[in-house]
Ligand binder design. Structure first.
Ligand code: DC
Length: 205
């Protein structure tokens, strides 16, 4: 069974995708980490995030290990969003994601375009979202919990800019696949959101 979980920043898609993978015993890929990894490689060798050529070179320099804590930083997320708008960067990362999606036994992938571009043939597609204010509140709380400086207003502006860039780009913009199930996590606790996601997947099996 192949499950895709798309959605904007801080929607809860990663938490839901991991929970679905655990529930169904499937391998999970956080596709955002690939873009973050390219962004971090680029930053580390002093490349220019505005250059498609240099961003593509960063795709080839070897990816950063997924447990590197810097991958989750706000600056890396910001640069990942910028370089992910380059078609050549998306093309360079495509096969890795498709191969993961099409492995025997199935998989769960989460990201911005997994249900629309990477695996349009998925068994079940979820589009996880919540209002901008709720997502900004969650992200602020996460940062505060990690002792990182965070102001709600600034986080809200950052997430809103990221939404606009991810949804407004020409290459694989963030949008809900026509055959995806919408899951608004705004009013849900984590366990309720996971239960709702499992119920939606069960409907599609
Ligand atoms: O989900 P995330 O915040 O880790 O993703 C970081 C950026 O990577 C996001 O702003 C856009 C890009 N991305 C993408 O374009 N396509 C994906 N499938 C996943 C992430």
């Amino acid at each position: 069974m192949l499950i895709t979980v798309d959605g904007p920043a801080a929607s809860g898609k990663g938490t839901i995708a991991r929970a679905l993978a655990a529930h169904y015993g499937l391998p999970h890929m956080d596709t955002g980490l690939l873009y973050r990894s390219v962004a971090l490689s680029l930053l580390r060798w002093g490349g220019d995030p505005a250059s498609e050529f240099e961003a593509v070179r960063a795709c080839k320099t070897g990816l950063v290990p997924p447990d590197d804590p810097e991958l989750r930083s706000e600056i890396v997320g910001e640069v990942a969003s910028r370089i992910s708008a380059f078609p050549a960067v998306r093309a360079a990362l495509l096969d890795r994601q498709r191969d993961f999606a099409d492995q025997q036994g199935g998989a769960v992938l989460d990201g911005r375009d997994t249900g629309t571009v990477i695996a349009p043939h998925a068994t079940a597609k979820l589009f996880v979202t919540a209002s901008l204010e709720i997502r900004a509140r969650r992200r602020t709380d996460e940062l505060v919990a990690k002792d990182k400086p965070a102001h709600f207003d600034e986080v809200l502006i950052d997430i809103s800019a990221r939404d606009e860039r991810d949804a407004g780009r020409e290459a694989a913009p963030l949008l809900m696949a026509q055959d995806a199930e919408l899951l608004d996590t705004g009013e849900l606790q984590i366990d309720e959101a996971i239960a709702a996601a499992i119920a939606l997947v069960e409907q599609r099996r």
